[in-house]
Design a protein around this ligand. Structure first.
Ligand code: BES
Ligand code: ZN
Ligand code: ZN
Length: 465
C-alpha cells in the first residue's frame, strides 16, 4: 500500500465520512439510501458512477476515523480501483488514515504459490497548509514495523527456529549504525547461569538463543529495557498440549517479534531514547533430553524453581532473561516484558485486549492512554497477596504454576515479579499478549493470523515519553 499526499481529488474514488447533517443535505441522499447507506448503522455505500464511497460517522475522532478507513480499505481491496482519495481534517486524522490503510492492506503470502493479485494500492491523502508529510512518514514507519512483526509471527516454526530468530535480529541491526546485536548460544547460557531458560530449550534439536539488541542514539533522554518471550514453538513439552491447542503455537514468539518491531521503528524514527532489547528464544519440545515436571531448576538469580508443568515454560525463560536484562542494562528507567504467556489472560479479558500488569498505577495509566491514542485495547489485572501465595513450593523457592486454577494471568505475572529487583519494581510492566497476538478471524485493522499487537502502543508511549 502506498499513501501519498495530493493537492486535489483528481477525479478518483473519494472516501467520505458522512454525519447526520451532511447526509440530510447530500445531493445523492436518495441514491445513498437505495445503496444501503444508513446513518444509524455500521453501513456504507459505494456509488460507482459518482466515485463516492460514503461511510456514516456519528462524531469524528481518531477512533471513528480508523473504523471508517478500515471499512473503506476492506471494501476497495477486492475491487479493480487502483486508488482512493481521503481529505483529513487535521494531522491526527491524516496519521490515522495512513496507518490504517497500511495495516488493513497487509497480507501474508510467503507460502502461497499464487498469491491473489490486488489492484487497489494507493490512498491519496489531501495535504493541508501545515503539510502532513511528517505524519505520513511516521505512519509508514510504524505500520511497516507492525507488519514486520506480523510477518515474523506468521512464519512457520520450521523457518524460524531460535537460531533463525537470532539471525533476523542480526539482519535488523544492519539497518542503522545505532543498532547492535549480541547473540548467546547454548554454552553461553550455561556460562551465564541461565539454567531455567536453558532447561526449556533443552529438549529440542533447535537450541536456544539469547538475543541482546541495543539502539543507542547520541544523547538519549531515557533508557528503556524491553524483554520478549521468543518461543519459536510451544508444544507444551512433556506436559504436551492437546493437538487442537498446539495449532497456532508458532505465535508463541510474538512477544519477541513485537520487541523487534519496536526496535526497528525506534531506529527508523531516530527516537532519542536508548533501547536495550532482550529476547529469550527457545523451542519447547518433548524428547529424551527434555526437562520434566518434578525437576527443580536453578535460575540465574539463584532462586530455585519447581517445575510442575512444562507448558508453563514462558515464565521460566523470562525469569532468566529479566534477570540478565537487569544485570546488563543497568540504570534503565523502565523495563517492559511482552509475552504470549497465558490462556488465562484470554479468559479474563477476551481476545481483543492486551493484559497489562505491574506495581505502578501511574505507569499502567500511561500505557492505557497510549493504547487509546493508537487504537489498541489494554486492560489491567490487579496483583494481590493471596494469589501470590499460590506459587509456594514445598521443595523449591517457588513453583512454576499456581496451586489453584483461577487467576492464571496474574499468578504468571507474580511469578515474573520474583525476578524483578526491588529497585525496578515500580519501573516494570508485563504485557500478556496471548489473546491478541494471533487471530483465527479478522477484526478491526487485524487480518487472520498475526496482529503485531503491542507494537503501536509501545511506540506511542515511547513518543509521549
Ligand atoms: N504459550 C502458552 C500460552 C498461550 C495459550 C498463548 C493460548 C496463546 C494462546 C503458555 O506457554 C502456556 O501454555 N501457558 C499455560 C500455563 C498453564 C500450564 C499454567 C496455559 O495458559 O494454559
Ligand atoms: Zn506453554
Ligand atoms: Zn508458551
Amino acid at each position: 500500500m502506498i499513501t501519498t499526499l495530493v493537492d486535489n481529488n483528481s477525479g478518483i474514488m473519494s472516501i467520505e465520512l458522512i454525519n447526520e447533517e451532511n447526509f440530510e443535505n447530500d445531493s445523492d441522499k436518495a441514491l445513498l439510501e437505495i445503496a444501503g447507506f444508513s446513518i444509524k448503522e455500521e453501513s456504507f455505500a459505494l456509488l460507482h458512477e459518482k466515485k463516492r464511497l460514503c461511510i456514516p460517522i456519528k462524531e469524528r475522532n481518531s477512533e471513528t476515523v480508523r473504523v471508517a478507513i478500515t471499512t473503506a480499505i476492506k471494501t476497495l481491496l477486492p475491487t479493480k480501483y487502483e486508488a482512493a482519495f481521503f481529505a483529513p481534517e487535521n494531522a491526527d486524522e491524516a496519521y490515522t488514515a495512513a496507518i490504517t490503510a497500511h495495516l488493513v492492506a497487509y497480507s501474508f503470502t510467503r507460502y502461497k504459490s499464487e498469491p491473489k493479485s490486488v489492484t487497489f494500492n494507493t490512498l491519496s491523502i489531501l495535504n493541508s497548509d501545515e503539510s502532513f508529510e511528517h505524519v505520513i512518514n511516521e505512519a509508514f514507519i510504524v505500520a511497516q514495523s507492525v507488519n514486520y512483526t506480523r510477518d515474523l509471527v506468521n512464519t512457520t516454526p520450521y523457518d524460524i527456529t531460535p537460531d533463525a530468530l537470532a539471525m533476523v535480529a542480526q539482519e535488523l541491526a544492519k539497518q542503522s549504525t545505532l543498532l547492535s546485536c549480541n547473540i548467546y548460544n547454548e554454552e553461553a547460557l550455561v556460562h551465564e547461569k541461565m539454567m531455567s531458560m536453558h532447561a526449556v530449550g533443552r529438549g529440542s534439536i533447535n537450541k536456544p538463543r539469547l538475543i541482546h539488541m541495543s539502539y543507542i542514539p547520541k544523547n538519549p533522554r531515557k533508557k528503556v529495557t524491553l524483554v520478549g518471550k521468543g518461543l519459536t514453538y510451544d508444544s507444551g513439552g512433556l506436559s504436551l498440549k492437546p493437538s487442537t491447542s498446539m495449532v497456532t503455537m508458532k505465535m508463541d514468539k510474538a512477544g519477541a517479534c513485537s520487541v523487534l518491531g519496536v526496535v526497528k521503528a525506534a531506529a527508523a524514527m531516530q527516537l532519542d531514547i536508548e533501547i536495550n532489547a532482550f529476547i529469550g528464544a527457545a523451542e519447547n519440545m518433548p524428547s529424551a533430553n527434555a526437562y520434566k515436571p518434578d525437576d527443580v531448576l536453578t535460575s540465574r538469580s539463584g532462586k530455585t524453581i519447581e517445575v510442575r508443568n512444562t507448558d508453563a515454560e514462558g515464565r521460566l525463560v523470562l525469569a532468566d532473561v529479566l534477570t540478565f536484562a537487569q544485570d546488563t542494562a543497568k540504570e534503565a528507567d523502565y523495563i517492559f516484558d511482552y509475552a504470549t504467556l497465558t490462556g488465562a489472560c484470554m479468559v479474563a479479558l477476551g481476545q481483543y485486549t492486551i493484559g497489562v500488569m505491574g506495581h505502578s498505577d501511574a505507569l499502567k495509566q500511561e500505557i492505557a492512554t497510549a493504547a487509546t491514542d493508537c487504537g489498541e485495547l489494554v486492560g489491567t489485572l490487579p496483583f494481590n497477596k493471596h494469589l501470590k501465595k499460590l506459587l509456594k513450593s514445598d521443595i523449591a523457592d517457588i513453583s512454576n504454576i499456581g496451586s489453584k486454577p483461577y487467576g492464571g494471568a496474574i499468578t504468571a505475572a507474580l511469578f515474573l515479579d520474583h525476578f524483578i529487583t526491588d529497585e525496578m519494581k515500580e519501573k516494570w510492566l508485563h504485557f500478556d499478549i496471548a489473546g491478541v497476538a494471533y487471530n483465527e478471524s479478522s477484526w478491526d485493522v487485524n487480518p487472520v493470523g498475526a496482529t503485531g499487537a503491542s507494537v503501536r502502543t509501545t511506540l506511542q508511549w515511547l513518543k509521549n515519553l
